[in-house]
Design a protein around this ligand. Structure first.
Ligand SMILES: *Cc1c(COP(=O)(O)O)cnc(C)c1O
Length: 464
């Protein structure tokens, strides 16, 4: 029952605490330089508020921990698998449920099974691992977001939608070269923005017309249901579970990183209706992940997930979750910090191009901003910009469409006072914005370079 009072509280109390450690600015300056100005290379113990990702970083419930105690570790046919499979099938209504150790394993298995060089996979916006796994097959990962999805300051209800006209053109112009279409809910790389059911249904009917299967990258399917419930009047009275089923009814398959809306620390799945594809995917799974009833996971992980998928669909949880992101977004907007509007499901995205207009794309403004947030306040976010996406498959550089710093909230981990602190740090950094220098590479790997690249500040110091 929704409370009649207007203060939204964390809908949980804390049973086990994890201390976090303060450092001084001087210490952080040394630590950042030693990490080659790459926040991925910092030790977590040196981070105060860690918003690098919401992936696998959430707190589990007592029901999930209790489930873990009954984990069945049988190699084949474990009870835990059947509970996991029943939960995923109940929510998705998809036929074959294949567990994987995380999302990218599901992506690799699917794409290496069904793609050949020269193929095209359209998506609203590919996540970095999705793009990398498609490109590793010699295929093209094509982003087709709606135009409003590329304008950070514009407020629109469903900026995560796929551009249906562009999708129709792509399908018509490339017969036989599009083995599947994907839609990412919510659109992570595009600001955590939701996709409407009308858009999913539109994409579904285009795909059916062209005989091409539609897959959801459904990492944040539960958060997406909340936006549909709030913003698509037809669904206002439906439960998140009913809305999730309506979303999956548009799809022939799904890949999921269950480290997001599975509410667990590890896990994923590939789910699909095609018997022929499922059989080939299972062979591929056995080769690298494990037998099809565990797929690289422990029995206890499958138990945690079977519970977690439903907890992610709890209305009190979703109300608190989406509101805590919006709360930070409101505070920043009130103080003229440019962010992607409106706030999405799992993160606040600061628009570094707008905040640091003096830095060109080749000095990586969003990367510089993420480093400055750590230096000044011990906060770790992640760049979603030209370091992550600038390198083209042919080795040339092209600036990313947007230069964003994503501050992703782990699920059920931080409280309102953490968010207030975060607001204070971001406003402090915004006050220093004219003094922030750009960065250049000292080491740049070819693939997924943001994970291991090293940098130096262009002017010798990051903040002058
Ligand atoms: C996290 C994520 C993935 C990859 O999942 P991993 O579990 O990190 O391998 C794929 N797509 C989207 C949209 C994601 O957010």
């Amino acid at each position: 029952m929704h409370s009649p009072f207007k203060t939204i509280i964390e809908p949980f109390r804390i049973k086990s605490v994890e201390p976090i450690r303060f450092t001084t600015r001087e210490e952080r300056a040394l630590l950042l330089a030693a990490a080659g100005y790459n926040p991925f290379l910092l030790r977590a113990e040196h981070v105060l508020i860690d918003l690098l990702t919401d992936s696998g970083t959430g707190a589990m419930s007592k029901h999930q921990w209790a489930g873990m105690m009954r984990g069945d570790e049988s190699y084949a046919g474990a009870d835990s698998f059947y509970r996991f499979e029943a939960a995923v099938r109940d929510i998705t209504r998809l036929k074959h449920i294949i567990p994987t150790h995380q999302g990218r394993a599901a992506e690799r298995i699917l794409f290496s099974t069904v793609l050949k060089p020269g193929d095209i996979v359209p998506n609203n916006t590919h996540f970095d691992t999705t793009r990398a796994n498609i490109e590793a097959c010699g295929a093209t990962a094509l982003d087709l977001p709606v135009p409003e999805g590329r304008q950070p300051a514009l407020r629109a209800p469903f900026k995560g939608n796929i551009d249906l006209a562009a999708l129709e053109r792509c399908l018509a112009e490339n017969p036989g070269r599009v083995p599947l279409v994907m839609i990412t809910v919510t659109n992570n790389s595009g600001g955590g923005q939701p996709v409407s059911l009308a858009n999913l249904r539109g994409a579904c009917s285009l795909c059916q017309k062209h005989g091409v299967p539609l897959f959801l990258d459904c990492c944040r399917f539960a958060e997406n249901t909340w936006f549909i419930k709030q913003r698509e009047p037809e669904f206002a009275d439906q439960t998140p579970l009913e809305i999730a089923r309506a979303m999956f009814a548009c799809a022939d398959g799904a890949t999921m990183s269950a480290k997001k809306d599975g509410m667990a620390n590890i896990g994923g799945f590939l789910a699909l209706n095609s018997d022929a594809w499922a059989e080939r995917c299972k062979h591929n799974l056995i080769l690298t992940e494990g037998f099809p009833t565990y797929g690289g996971l422990a029995g206890y992980d499958l138990e945690a997930l079977a519970v977690g998928f439903y907890e992610a669909l709890d209305e009190d949880y979703l109300r608190y979750r989406i509101r805590s992101i919006e709360y930070l977004g409101d505070l920043l907007t009130k103080n003229s910090v440019p962010i992607v509007q409106p706030t999405g499901g799992h993160a606040v995205y600061i628009d570094a191009k707008a905040m640091l207009p003096h830095l060109p794309a080749n000095e990586f403004p969003a990367w510089a901003l993420s480093c400055t947030l750590y230096l000044e306040g011990g906060v770790r976010g992640v760049e979603i910009g030209s370091v992550m996406f600038g390198r083209q498959p042919d080795g040339t550089e092209k600036p990313a469409a947007m230069e964003l710093v994503r501050l992703a909230f782990p699920r059920r981990v931080y409280t309102q006072s953490h968010v207030d602190y975060l607001g204070e740090i971001i406003l402090h950094v915004n006050g220093l914005r004219d003094r922030i220098h750009g960065l250049r590479f000292t080491h740049a790997p070819d693939v997924l370079r943001h994970f291991s690249a090293r940098f130096e500040p262009v002017g010798g110091t990051l903040v002058h």
